[in-house]
Design a protein. Structure first.
Length: 114
């Protein structure tokens, strides 16, 4: 079985129903760090990463940004001193798709040191 992090985000053109219920729970459980992610209202995926300082958090954001560009799938990122909050969802379906979880898995693999 291919891990989520080994897959590639697929551009969504809309018309696809968002993941709900059991499908959503199943794909969430496939994230290696799934206990750290929160699915809010079956609509978006969020996680907060903690860092010892602003510089380290900023370096993490830059690495996440590079992955987002590579995948063509862009999370909302909030950067603050010592923390980064990531929010992911697929705008065209106004909810969650497999690509959101692929991106989350890839972000979890990003080094967290400066």
């Amino acid at each position: 079985m291919t891990s989520l992090a080994d897959k590639t985000c697929v551009p969504c053109r809309g018309g696809v129903p968002p993941l709900k219920g059991a499908q959503l729970s199943e794909i969430l459980s496939q994230l290696p760090e799934h206990v750290e992610w929160t699915v809010a209202n079956e609509h978006h995926l969020t996680r907060t990463y903690k860092f010892p300082d602003f510089k380290t958090a900023l370096a993490f954001v830059n690495r996440v940004g590079a992955i987002a560009e590579e995948q063509g799938h862009h999370p909302d990122i909030v950067l603050a001193w010592g923390k980064v909050e990531i929010t992911i969802w697929t705008h065209k379906v106004d909810g969650l798709t497999e690509s959101d979880f692929i991106l989350a898995a890839k972000i979890d693999q990003v080094p967290r040191q400066a």
